[in-house]
Design a protein around this ligand. Structure first.
Ligand SMILES: Nc1ncnc2c1ncn2[C@@H]1O[C@H](COP(=O)(O)OP(=O)(O)OP(=O)(O)O)[C@@H](O)[C@H]1O
Length: 443
């Protein structure tokens, strides 16, 4: 049983969730406003926060930030519409554990909740998926990526991985560490986006008892814990200016000074950082120190977006199907042609993380061995159709045809491919619908 706080302003939906989760032996508290939720997490313990993105008094991110500032590690799952996937991905950079798209599928919700509850228990900064959970890809872009990793790994150079969210920066950093001479020493990953401003320095450099209110015991920082090995600072652009200054000093002098202590401790740590936006912008805006940037950027490696990885996309799809079959006890062997075409044509703003989530959901919703298009989020089809809209075309006929194709596709999705219903809604006869479907290549 877990204590779950649901922050959702759609009360009907919230009650549905409440009923469903209570039936599954969880203890649920419902609130509709961010303000109420902030008060509750300060005073009560929860095992999980299930948070809607758009709320009457703000956006769900506020709860993530507040929870991190309180130093809580309660997993947070953001519920969002499919069109907000980019936002959901951002919420994960801010420290949310996972996201789930609406309309919420009950099996999927249970899977995500169970994942977050079990991961919470094992969420040691040092643990990760096993090697067989990962693949490298075979495209020229992937070859170049791993060539660069292999080149820089044996050196002690600081490396920045730059790439969109979910492109696999942490995985690349681990690979680099494993290929380095520090491989048998710790690799410690720290998500700087999830660290509160106040706790960041103590997390990195440690503190002594009494250094600040709440410092009840001495605490070793992650620099000391990673001694001899590699420290991976994810979303390094989120570190406060004061912590940046401290970090620069550590890099220059190779010693740390725990908060409240006068003692200096020598450390030998290689730093790998990751960022998903160009830190040069943050430097121009005065938010990131240029001297620190040059220290961190002895070698920069760009992680390609999934949409630019060519045939790797198919490899990753198959890889995630195998993984999900194993984890969910399913036996999906292939994907129907229309579903495959959607997967290949979508632009994957959340990259590998989004692909892995979509495939997990697809496998979960496929009891047989062929995954159908109905197991993919409906909005994916709409998004793919919109991508192919002839944006600024002045060819009126082409624009009209594209619109007609989109409307037919969306209607078919709405009525779960019942052609009679679709024809009725579209106000045409079935024969005309069939003819148009054939003309536009709609399956
Ligand atoms: N090479 C890979 N093979 C298989 N799965 C991968 C690979 N790289 C990443 N993934 C999957 O994608 C997810 C996101 O990867 P990762 O956390 O490394 O991305 P990231 O770029 O560091 O994300 P963020 O910008 O949000 O920090 C992982 O949980 C993993 O499931």
């Amino acid at each position: 049983m877990a204590r779950i706080l649901i922050l959702e302003d759609d009360t009907t939906f919230a009650q549905l969730l409440d009923g469903f989760l209570t039936k599954n032996h969880h203890e649920v508290t419902l609130v509709t406003h961010i303000k109420q939720s902030l008060k509750l997490i300060e005073n009560q313990q929860f095992d999980l926060l299930l948070v809607d993105y758009r709320l009457p008094d703000g956006i769900g991110f506020e709860l993530i930030t507040h929870s991190r500032n309180l130093g809580l590690s309660t997993p947070i799952i953001i519920m969002t519409s499919f069109n907000d996937v980019r936002t959901a991905v951002k919420s994960m950079q801010m420290g949310a554990f996972d996201y789930i798209t609406k309309p919420v599928n009950p099996d999927e919700l249970l899977m995500v909740i169970n994942n977050s509850l079990t991961k919470k228990d094992t969420n040691n900064l040092n643990t990760s998926e096993t090697d067989s959970d990962f693949i490298k890809g075979k495209s020229a872009t992937s070859d170049r990526l791993y060539e660069h990793i292999a080149l820089v790994a044996p050196t002690d150079m600081s490396v920045i991985f730059q790439g969109e969210s979910g492109t696999g920066k942490e995985f690349a950093a681990r690979t680099l560490h494993q290929q380095s001479k520090r491989a048998d020493k710790p690799f410690i990953a720290i998500d700087c986006g999830a660290l509160s401003k106040d706790l960041a320095a103590s997390e990195l450099f440690g503190h002594v008892k009494g250094a600040f209110t709440g410092a009840l015991n001495d605490k070793k920082g992650q620099f000391e814990a990673a001694d001899g090995g590699t420290l991976f600072l994810d979303e390094v652009g989120n570190l406060s200016y004061e912590v940046q200054i401290k970090l620069l000093r550590v890099l220059q002098e190779r010693v740390i000074q725990p908060l409240g202590s006068t003692k200096q401790i020598s450390v030998d740590v290689r730093i790998i950082t990751a960022t998903n936006d160009d830190l040069l912008n943050s430097i121009a805006e005065g938010e990131f120190r240029e001297d620190l940037y040059h220290r961190l950027n002895e070698f920069k490696i760009q992680l390609p977006a999934l949409r630019d990885r060519g045939n790797d996309l198919e490899l990753f799809i198959n890889h995630f199907i195998d993984l999900s079959n194993r984890n969910l006890g399913r036996n999906v062997k292939s994907i129907a042609a229309d579903a495959k075409s959607l997967l290949l044509n979508y632009d994957w703003p959340g990259n590998l993380r989004e692909l892995s989530n979509v495939i997990k959901r697809m496998v979960l919703l496929t009891p047989g061995d062929i995954a159908q298009v109905s197991a993919l989020p409906d909005e994916m089809m709409i998004s793919v159709n919109q991508q192919t809209l002839p944006g600024s075309s002045s060819d009126l006929k082409a624009v009209n045809e594209q619109n007609e194709k989109n409307i037919i596709t969306e209607t078919l999705i709405k009525v779960k491919h019942n052609k009679s219903k679709a024809a009725k809604m579209l106000n045409i006869d079935r024969k005309t619908l069939y003819a148009k479907m054939e003309r536009y290549g709609i399956d």
